[in-house]
Write a protein that binds this ligand. Structure first.
Ligand code: NAD
Length: 386
């Protein structure tokens, strides 16, 4: 009997269909090579973004959400941001709807890929960014509106706040950070580290200044680690440490080998993810996933945007989407197929074969179009020993 996994698939806008085609071809080849007839992915296209709006008059149809909920996993290409009213961002809407509280970003270097740092091989981290709270929660009021006035009056009159320098022309945002939200994020970071034999979890925060929000994250992080991973910590298998975010951004450049799993709040996580991705080759290659480890719901995604300037030109780098597919394979325990894809990418980059965004920066770069590169990776997978 073939083990069939149904995976809802959003092709995405702009370059989305091209990177999705590449990802599907490469993952199918790897699964077939690894498991023959025993396992197969059945891709089920669901709509979101521009294509959904054209066909259904809505950017995020209920059927799409239902499919993600039913099958617990899904993968998506980049989506355009709707213009005007309603949804601020489809990605944020999906994260909120499914309460995908972990934004997980592995960051590693592939030999051959050009990097702005001297030792990119020392960058090997997995970022756990909190996805539902923080100043990112979208609770803000624009300067000059009655809401901003009302908010200021409340904090000034009722709470005795005298620190707003220009109240009349200030916009305001609220930064909720909770014990539950912090603990569930740090718990999963620790679980991941222990499950993958990784040495440390670093809590990255700005608690020296924002004592109750970012400081709370740090305090609750240490608490949950001590409560639930005491044995691993005592035996030296897991080290929990913390670092102030600005220092972390320096240290991650100067001594990245000191860091393994990173647990951090939403806004810090945004900056940290892109900075680390740049160290290993940039956005064309950085994968990501948004996961609720409690329900098991997970959506894997390319981290770059729709790149309208290069859409349809057969030059987009599909690796971000392909590597998010690798994360999905690992998430469902199809590790051998994941390994085959990674091995093929390693071989390709080492020999200089890559899409032009990467190849033009490589010493021995041999630029390939998206389709040719995809075919090349499929060939390399075929040559692998499984
Ligand atoms: P972008 O990531 O689409 O493009 C930035 C630059 O990087 C462009 O020059 C583009 O050609 C290049 N680039 C991006 N991905 C590449 C790849 N895989 N290979 C080669 N080059 C690549 O960012 P943007 O221009 O700021 O955003 C365009 C649209 O995408 C906007 O509507 C934005 O809201 C949306 N967006 C979506 C997501 C998502 O769905 N996850 C993320 C970011 C932006």
């Amino acid at each position: 009997m073939t083990d069939i996994r149904i995976v809802p698939l959003v092709k995405g806008d702009g370059v989305g269909p091209e990177v999705t085609r590449a990802m599907v071809e490469i993952l199918d080849a790897a699964v077939s090579k690894a498991y023959g007839e025993d396992r197969r992915i059945e891709w089920q296209e669901v709509l979101a973004g521009g294509k959904a709006f054209e066909q259904c008059g809505t950017y995020l149809p209920d059927e799409t959400l239902e499919a993600f909920k039913k099958y617990h996993i899904g993968i998506k290409g980049p989506l355009m941001t709707p213009v005007g009213g309603g949804i601020r961002s489809l990605n944020v809407a999906l994260r909120q709807e499914l309460d995908l509280f972990v934004c997980q970003r592995p960051v590693r270097w592939f030999k051959g890929v050009a990097s702005p740092v001297r030792h990119p091989e020392n960058v090997d981290m997995v970022i756990f960014r909190e996805n539902t709270e923080d100043i990112y929660a979208g609770i803000e009021w624009e300067a000059g509106t009655p809401q901003a006035r009302k908010f200021y009056d409340f904090i000034h009159n009722e709470m005795g706040v005298n620190k707003v320098r220009f109240p009349e022309t200030s916009s305001f945002g609220v930064k909720p950070v909770s014990e539950e939200g912090s603990k569930r994020l740090v718990r999963e970071a620790c679980r991941y580290a222990v499950g993958h034999g990784l040495p440390s979890v670093t809590l990255v925060h700005k608690g020296n200044i924002m004592k109750f929000t970012e400081g709370g994250f740090k305090k609750w992080g240490y608490e949950v680690a001590a409560e639930e991973f005491g044995e691993e910590i005592a035996s030296g298998k897991l080290v929990i440490k913390d670092c102030i975010c600005d220092a972390f951004l320096q240290n991650a450049l100067l001594k990245p080998e000191d860091y393994s799993v990173i647990a951090t709040l939403n806004l810090n996580g945004d900056y940290v993810s892109d900075m680390l991705a740049a160290q290993v080759g940039g956005i064309g290659i950085a994968p990501g996933a948004n996961i609720n480890y409690t329900t098991g719901d997970a959506i894997f995604e390319a981290t770059h945007g729709t790149a309208p300037d290069i859409a349809g030109k057969d030059i987009v780098n599909p690796c971000s989407n392909v590597l998010s597919g690798v994360m999905m394979l690992e998430y469902i325990g199809w590790d051998e197929a994941a390994r085959l894809v990674v091995k093929a990418l390693e071989k390709s980059f080492e020999a200089g074969y890559a899409t032009q965004d990467l190849a033009r920066l490589m010493e021995n770069g041999k630029p390939m179009g998206t389709a040719a590169f995809t075919g090349h990776i499929v060939e390399l997978i075929g040559e692998e020993k499984s």
